[in-house]
Design a protein around this ligand. Structure first.
Ligand SMILES: [Zn+2]
Length: 321
């Protein structure tokens, strides 16, 4: 059957690879291309590479492409179209939108957003947040990201960090040191790096029996396996992570009173059943019944940020209606 639905292009720009998808308005991927990012090649070269990917997908499109959306890490000035800071890409004050528009030479809208925000948006359009009125997204991967969707729109905040709970400190006095320089950020526990770091700390402290070793074999997977085998230290790691996740969720509940919290990211998806029962208990201790009466906590369904990025077109079309 011929596909006559409107099309958009979504780009996920990460530190290791760029994923570009040509996708229809129902979320069906028609084409997908991946290229290495090669951070060292610099912003201009990376943006040129992205523009070529866009051109290639546009040529393959069976009908016109309505716009391009880009998701990438960092803090952004959406009004000016500038990436203010993306540490992983080594970008500072890069005029992404102007450069990309110049290179693709097509008169179509180009949008960009923080990667966690586009992941949240993808869940709203095509995933677990479909019927949500107000949704919080928590992405647990190597780090901890977050986003908020209200009535189909991303709540960005002034520098695109609204909903980012990763660097809210839950233990500023005695917590583990975070990459951002603070102590005890939520990300220092609720993330892949956090879990491994916490396991290392506990192994060195020596208060829990464990088969885990503080060497190259220590990984999130090894911690999960040890937990399944009844390892006391792995159990303590996962309890702590769940408790902190419950605290992060309570912050969202206090501010937003969401109807849906979507748990995404590689670890969020794979460890959903390990984390959520304990996290819910913690959430219940910290919030009133009425604030969580309608809340559902669900696992994410969308695995590619590029899909979420493509939804920036549909989101902006809704706004302009
Ligand atoms: Zn931090």
């Amino acid at each position: 059957m011929e596909n006559n639905l409107p099309l958009s292009i979504g780009i996920d720009l990460g530190a290791s690879k760029i994923v570009a998808v040509l996708i229809d308005q129902h979320g069906k991927i028609l084409e997908e291309i991946q290229k290495p990012t090669r951070v060292h090649s610099g912003a201009e070269a990376i943006i040129t590479r992205i523009s070529r990917m866009i051109q290639k997908l546009s040529e393959q499109a069976p009908n016109p492409v309505e716009g391009v959306g880009v998701g990438l890490p960092g803090y952004h000035d959406l009004k000016q179209g500038i990436v203010r800071l993306a540490v992983n890409l080594n970008w500072e004050n890069v005029p992404l939108i102007a450069l990309l528009k110049e290179k693709i030479q097509a008169d179509i809208p180009v949008y960009f957003q923080n990667d966690a925000n586009v992941e949240a948006l993808g869940e709203y359009f095509f995933g677990s947040g479909k019927d949500s009125e107000i949704m919080a997204y928590i992405g647990i991967g190597s780090g901890l990201g977050g986003g908020i969707i209200y009535q189909g729109q991303i709540i960005s905040g002034s520098t695109t960090t609204a909903g980012e709970m990763g660097h809210i400190s839950l233990n500023p006095e005695h917590g583990r040191i975070c990459a951002c320089g603070q102590r005890g950020c939520a990300e220092t526990i609720v993330s892949g790096l956090g879990m491994v770091g916490l396991a290392q700390d506990l192994i060195r402290a020596g208060d829990h029996e464990t088969i885990l070793k503080d060497d190259d074999s220590l990984s999130v997977k090894a911690i999960f396996q040890a937990q399944d085998d009844g390892d006391p230290l792995a159990g303590e790691v996962m309890r702590t992570v769940s408790t902190w996740l419950g605290q992060v969720m309570s912050a969202y509940v206090g501010v937003l009173n969401p109807d849906t919290i979507v748990i995404g990211g590689g670890i969020g998806r794979s460890a959903f059943d390990r984390l959520i029962p304990e996290a819910k208990k913690e959430l219940r201790k910290r919030t009133s019944y009425y604030s969580t009466e309608k809340l559902q906590i669900v696992r994410s369904q969308i695995q590619s940020s590029a899909i979420g990025a493509s939804c920036l077109i549909w989101m902006n079309q809704l706004t302009s209606q």
